[in-house]
Design a protein around this ligand. Structure first.
Ligand code: PMV
Length: 334
């Protein structure tokens, strides 16, 4: 290459309904369990990757700032793409989110899915989505799922090299267009990141083996609820998986307490609504934000109810969206 080669991509965060927690291989980022998620739509990461023969190192800008720890993860991800293409060109990466980074909204999932998509295109690699999912997984586990839209399952896989630990779409977003209200209860960065939390849990939580043994049944239940578009069944299995993951992590030493008071009050509010017949359920990841998933007819009522909960700073509403895709460079800041 003797001149700049660039591409841009967009990807959206995803939220797990059957949770991933634990790694069977930390170096390859292989999960101890499979997981099922939904990809969101109005929240996005847009990333431009420009391989430039004039650069002697990668330059990484995230939301207009450079951060050494994040830049290292981005370079490690670009190294996987460079190895595939058999090149060692350095790149300038410019990435933006339209939602708060590190606030428990899975910015690493959308970020690495967009990076892999744009980087592969800029290098002229002809990759299948499944290949992109494997590469994104190695950069950030849950990024494997953001390559695809709608309802997505990421397989645990059986191979030691992880080539079968890949995500695949289960159902299109348009086939069952549920809505999501994200109740933001804190904008502080989380105290214990997911990789450290998973390591601590595996080493110290007495519930680790029960977690792994019961996951296949949860995945089967969620898969059939999704394919049957059975809201009540999906609500039951999703809240169960969420609370089970947190019970597992709470029992680590020292215990991982990702919730604040407002998170718990939001859970109670969602359960009270469902008790009144409103089709809504909650899920919470490794942070204090609560995600309420509901039928479209209930979206306005759910958002209004969450806004009333003391300690809720904001509620962001979104639907379900598409997987990672190419965009024009002009769309980056749009
Ligand atoms: O992919 P990571 O390392 O950000 O871990 C994600 C962990 C959870 O969000 C708590 C669960 C999940 O399946 O996304």
């Amino acid at each position: 290459m003797d001149k700049l080669s660039f591409a841009a991509a967009q990807a959206q965060p995803n939220i797990a309904l059957v949770k991933y927690w634990g790694k069977r291989d930390a170096a390859l980022n292989l999960p101890a369990v499979g997981s099922i998620s939904i990809t969101l739509d109005t929240l996005w990461t847009r990333t431009r990757v420009a391989f430039d023969p004039a650069l002697d190192q990668d330059r990484v800008s995230l939301n207009g700032r450079s951060d050494a720890a994040e830049a290292k993860r981005v370079s490690a991800c670009l190294d996987l793409l460079r190895a595939r293409a058999g090149v060692n060109w350095r790149a300038a990466v410019d990435s933006r989110n339209n939602f708060p980074t590190a606030a428990g909204l899975a910015s690493s999932a959308s970020g690495f899915a967009a990076l892999v998509h744009a980087g592969a295109e800029a290098l002229g690699l002809q990759l299948e989505d499944a290949d992109k999912s494997v590469l994104a997984r190695r950069c950030s586990g849950s990024a494997a799922r953001s390559i695809f839209g709608g309802y997505v399952e990421w397989a645990h896989g059986a191979l030691a090299d992880g080539t079968d630990s890949v995500a695949r779409p289960l159902l299109d977003a348009a086939a069952w267009p549920l809505r999501v209200a994200v109740a933001i209860t804190s904008t502080a960065a989380k105290e214990v990141g997911s990789s450290e939390g998973m390591r601590r849990t595996a080493q110290t939580s007495p519930f680790q083996s029960a977690w792994i043994e019961t996951q296949e049944a949860d995945l089967a239940a969620a898969r059939s609820a999704i394919l049957a578009r059975d809201f009540e069944a999906l609500a039951a299995i999703s809240e169960y998986s969420c609370l089970k993951m947190h019970a597992l992590a709470l029992a680590a030493r020292p215990g991982l307490l990702y919730w604040n008071g407002a998170t718990v009050e939001c859970m109670r509010r969602v359960r009270a609504l469902r008790g009144q017949g409103v089709p809504v359920f909650f899920t919470v990841d490794a942070g204090p934000q609560l995600k309420a998933v509901c039928e479209p007819s209930a979206a306005a009522q759910v958002s209004a109810a969450l806004r009333e909960v003391p300690g809720v700073l904001d509620v962001v509403e979104t639907g379900l969206g598409a997987g990672a895709r190419s965009i024009r460079v002009e769309e980056l800041a749009a």
